[in-house]
Design a protein around this ligand. Sequence first.
Ligand code: ZN
Length: 139
Amino acid sequence: MKSYRKELWFNTSGRRSFINITSQVSECLRESGIEEGFVLVNAMHITASVFINDDESGLHNDYEKWLEKLAPHEPVSQYRHNLTGEDNGDAHLKRQVMGREVVVAITDGRLDFGPWEQIFYGEFDGGRRKRVLVKIIGE
Ligand code: ZN
């Protein structure tokens, strides 16, 4: 069995953003030389997500509005977590809803996606360097 590990780094300027990382994960798969197996992609921070969905700007706008309704950033005083001196209580909740990781099957050396599936990094507390782990196992 082969094994491959890589960290992808991000430093988004705004507080929140969605980045399509499918081509970076595909590049990892190419580097790994693995033809059959699985790839795990997970955010290594508790205020960021990795998820799979459509690369459609309207949908991303809908996510942003929906998440702000569920867990508005302001007022920051509404979150007990922010009593620690942080202001990212909302970001922890948004990450929980959008998920920590995805697993994708690898078949014939390719990501075995369903129609329109793409992998995204979801940032909810940006403005600093953060990582995503790519772990591939197979043969
Ligand atoms: Zn926090």
